[in-house]
Design a protein around this ligand. Structure first.
Ligand code: TMP
Ligand code: ZN
Length: 411
């Protein structure tokens, strides 16, 4: 079977006029960090490009890579970020208070290490579902009942048989990773109580475009959603969105609240407001998308120019954090270990490994503090405030951070 294939139909509406607007070239899977013994071996690379569906306005990858190629190793532990931990505790509290009685069941799709569900322990019944076995083991160790599996219609039927319908079904930062959205919606249809709510959060395509967040494009990230394409998807399965909230996490996200068509929650004006905003912005398509692609090229040139200039001046530049978006940025800019000797990340499981493609080693923040390079290129710009605060001493003693997105900035 082929490892990658071109999308010829829109994942949501089936439209066939997908228009390519951004091509980042061939890239290794951004989460497949390399072990030391792997760095001399050849690596597989797959095309990474974005297209736009003029019918439902879903922005999506032009090529998809088989999930088996991508998910064999999973290093992302949500709880490394204190801000995300607080963010999800807030979400959990809000949902439990508004929508769930004490015996109600809350199921989370893509529950990771249990970062969100953990704060509902003792308040209601909870169940996490995540395909990554290693993070599920962590969740279970933290007391969060979890299943290591993909969320399918068959699994939904099984859960309902054993535990009854779900009062709330959550999916945070996971929908964009799922190829077969119809299968998820069939699962939701099976599992959700008649008056249950779906709460889903994902990076918002308007923020993605406005803030030049091209480094969030990687093979796992199949779709870049707005309210319009989701409305389309929901309607096909008898669901509707009744509320939308914009969030500042992950470079700008939205949280949507869905229910069965005509269920009890009144539809808030926020839904129509965002649909109108999206309509207004897309009046400028395709120019807006082409402009985005040009700005991406300019950002690469500027960042490469800055690093080269600093090196000529005898300054040492390294990386800070090793998220998937960092791997994309590094590969797209063509930086190697001669440009950035290492990158420092607080996730113990990442330390000692190498960024794919560019083979830059990952070290610990402690190593970074001892080494005290002149500049650190911050890949996880979405955690900027938390990281600048954590590395206050480095900055006070003359160290500087380079922020790449939405524009190159030295702070
Ligand atoms: P994310 O952008 O996908 O959330 O990944 C963030 C990465 O940054 C992850 O590898 C953990 C790392 N990180 C640190 O090294 N230090 C920090 O203080 C934070 C918040 C994240
Ligand atoms: Zn479409």
């Amino acid at each position: 079977m082929q490892s990658s294939s071109r999308m010829d139909r829109c994942r949501i509406c089936g439209g066939t006029d997908l228009a390519l607007f951004l091509d980042l070239g061939a890239m290794p899977p951004a989460n497949a960090l390399l072990k030391p013994e792997e760095i001399d071996l050849p690596e597989a690379r797959y095309p990474l490009a974005l297209c736009h569906c003029p019918k439902c306005h879903l922005v999506q990858l032009t090529y998809k890579v088989r999930a088996e190629v991508l998910f064999h190793n999973y290093f992302y532990f949500s709880s490394v970020s204190q801000r995300m931990t607080q963010h999800f505790a807030g979400v959990a509290n809000d949902i439990a208070t508004r929508f769930v009685t004490s015996n109600g069941l809350v199921v989370e799709i893509g529950s990771n290490d249990g970062i969100l569900l953990r704060s509902l322990l003792g308040r209601c019944r909870i169940l996490g579902i995540d395909p990554a076995r290693n993070v599920v083991e962590h969740a279970i160790a933290n007391g969060v009942p979890s299943i290591a599996a993909f969320f399918t219609e068959a699994l939904a039927v099984e859960i309902r048989k054993q535990q009854g319908p779900a009062a709330a079904l959550l999916a945070n930062n996971v929908l964009a990773h799922i190829d077969d959205l119809d299968e998820v919606m069939r699962g939701v249809h099976q599992l959700l109580a008649d008056d249950g709510v779906m709460v889903m959060e994902f990076p918002y395509v308007e923020d993605f475009l406005d803030h030049l967040e091209f480094d969030t494009v990687y093979h796992e990230h199949l779709s870049y959603f707005g309210v319009r394409p989701l409305t389309h998807l929901f309607a096909r399965f008898g669901f509707e969105i009744f509320d939308v909230q914009r969030q500042s996490v992950h470079g700008g996200s939205i949280r949507i609240f869905g229910q069965r068509h005509g269920a009890s929650h009144p539809i808030q004006p926020s839904v129509q407001e965002l649909i109108e905003l999206e309509m207004l912005r897309s009046e400028r398509e395709p120019d807006r998308l082409i402009r985005f692609a040009c700005d991406v090229v300019m950002l690469r040139n500027e960042l490469r120019g800055l690093v080269a200039e600093l090196q000529r001046a005898g300054k040492k530049v390294v990386g800070y954090t090793a998220p998937a978006k960092g791997v994309v940025l590094l590969n797209y800019c063509g930086f190697g270990p001669l440009d950035l000797e290492y990158t420092a990340d607080a996730t113990p499981a990442k330390q000692g490994l190498y960024c794919p493609g560019v083979r830059i080693p990952i070290r610990s923040p402690e190593y970074f503090r001892q080494d005290h390079p002149d500049y650190a290129l911050l890949f996880a710009w979405n955690h900027k405030d938390e990281i600048l605060e954590k590395e206050k001493a480095y900055r006070q003693s003359g160290g500087k951070f380079i922020l790449p997105i939405p524009r190159v900035q030295v702070v």
